[in-house]
Design a binder for this molecule. Structure first.
Ligand code: SF4
Length: 244
């Protein structure tokens, strides 16, 4: 292990678990491969929005059109309380796409996803697997506008915002998607199962491999689960290695 990786893992509080978790990871991958229990959860029914005119228009937009549309969007009530929409940031040709839930207070002010302590932890998590924000990584959210008081976005809001992320994914063409937290996982996997059940399994979004892990903001409050997040990142890295 490189000294830089040791430093990062130590900062994450993961270093003593490195070997054990690597072994567990192998078991996880073998389990996922051998059982082929991908996407076992009960899928949400397709929404009415899937064929509407607005969605079709968004799915034909280029980057500039999409950014302008998001910036001026009033399709749900979150537009009324936002400072600004938070579109997403990073390499628009990235192999890795990280998707969170929605902007928080800092993101609402800065216009950038994952800033502050949770953003720093996400950056450290990415560094631990040799990645860097903006370099072959794109970061976006399920909803582009901040839910008041950091509440979870409501179903109507995620449905209205869904075409924007769908188009971002079509334009980026990532090789792997990492869903950060329950809201991102449930919306991308289209399943209302618990995050503990969605982790550790290879899912797909429009044919793109998708893995689920905890949201960095949650990990700041639940230190023991950092080790599970590290397992998830190694799982993602192994999946990426297998498709390159
Ligand atoms: Fe539009 Fe999404 Fe913002 Fe709602 S959250 S106003 S759908 S950009």
């Amino acid at each position: 292990m490189s000294s830089r990786r040791k430093i990062i893992l130590k900062e994450l509080g993961l270093l003593p678990l490195w070997r054990i978790k690597s072994e567990n990871l192998q078991n996880t991958i073998v389990s996922a491969d051998s059982s082929r229990q991908e996407d076992q959860c009960e899928k949400r029914p397709a929404s009415d929005i899937s064929n509407n005119t607005r969605r079709q228009q968004i799915l034909h937009m280029d980057w500039d059109q999409l950014k302008a549309e998001v910036a001026h969007c009033t399709a749900c009530a979150l537009s009324q309380s936002r400072t600004q929409a938070v579109f997403g940031i990073g390499d628009e040709n990235a192999d890795w796409l990280c998707v969170g839930e929605g902007p928080g207070a800092r993101e609402d002010v800065t216009g950038e996803p994952f800033v502050g302590p949770a953003g720093k932890l996400l950056d450290n998590m990415l560094s631990a697997i040799g990645l860097q924000r903006g370099n072959n990584v794109y970061i976006a959210n399920i909803v582009k506008c901040r839910p008041p008081n950091n509440r979870n976005p409501e179903v109507h809001e995620t449905m209205q915002c869904e075409p924007f992320l769908a188009r971002q994914i079509e334009l980026i063409k990532p090789k792997i998607i990492i869903a950060l937290g329950k809201i991102a996982a449930q919306n991308l996997v289209k399943c209302d199962d618990k995050i503990s059940n969605l982790r550790g399994t290879l899912h797909h979004y429009s044919g793109i491999p998708l893995i689920v892990t905890y949201h960095p903001a949650y990990l700041l409050r639940a230190l023991p689960d950092k080790a599970k997040a590290w397992e998830d990142l190694l799982f993602a890295k192994d999946i990426m290695r297998s498709i390159k």
